[in-house]
Design a protein around this ligand. Structure first.
Ligand SMILES: O=P(O)(O)OC[C@H]1O[C@H](OP(=O)(O)OP(=O)(O)O)[C@H](O)[C@@H]1O
Ligand SMILES: [Mg+2]
Length: 179
């Protein structure tokens, strides 16, 4: 698995430090609001579990599974809801937790769904941001790291369902997906 990585961008310690900073900011921002924290599966599962441990205020969590990349390194452009929320969002302050914003299509779709369900507010936190990939205008409220224009894996992010368990974020060697 490690042989398939071209370059490690951020290691586990660097990521944990950043997650802690994000958790502190979010704890201040959402004080007294009992946010519903939504993990966008599958990619955000590791960030979500690390992040909520650094948040010091009461919150609720729920999960939504959406997919648009499948076995490819390019978005299909079609965001499919594979698992919906169990919790009503009407009147709630929502914090969406994402692993990466690339084209922006996944999050713009999700924000639209939550606003149509009458959420009181929708805030975005992403661990990684790849602005060069954007197809729609979208900016996270809180972000961890800005990444170069390369396909990355690890810390929850996959290629064809592999590499999610790497404890760092790294660039996948193009020969892995070009063969
Ligand atoms: O900004 P975008 O171009 O939409 O890309 C970001 C989304 O793509 C990935 O999900 P994917 O569809 O691969 O599903 P997964 O989380 O199950 O891997 C990632 O986890 C984000 O949710
Ligand atoms: Mg994926």
């Amino acid at each position: 698995m490690l042989n398939d990585i071209q370059e490690v961008l951020y290691d586990s310690d660097q990521i944990q430090q950043k997650v802690k900073e994000l958790g502190e900011t979010i704890s201040r921002e959402f004080e007294g609001r009992n946010p519903l924290v939504i993990c966008v599966l599958k990619g955000a599962f590791i960030f979500m579990s690390d992040l909520v441990k650094t948040i010091t205020i009461p919150l609720e969590i729920d999960f939504m599974a959406v997919s648009s990349y499948g076995q490819s390194t390019k978005t299909s452009g079609v965001v499919k809801i594979i698992k919906d929320l169990d919790t009503p969002v009407q009147g709630r302050d929502i914090l969406i937790v994402e692993d990466i914003i690339d084209s922006g299509l996944t999050l713009s779709y999700l924000i639209d769904v939550l606003e149509r369900r009458n959420a009181k507010s929708v805030t975005l936190v992403t661990l990684f941001d790849k602005p060069a990939g954007r197809k729609v205008e979208l900016e996270a409220d809180y972000k961890g790291f800005v990444l170069p224009d390369a396909f990355v894996v690890g810390f929850g992010l996959d290629f064809a369902e592999k590499y999610r368990n790497l404890p760092f974020i790294g660039i996948l060697k193009p020969e892995v997906y070009e063969k």
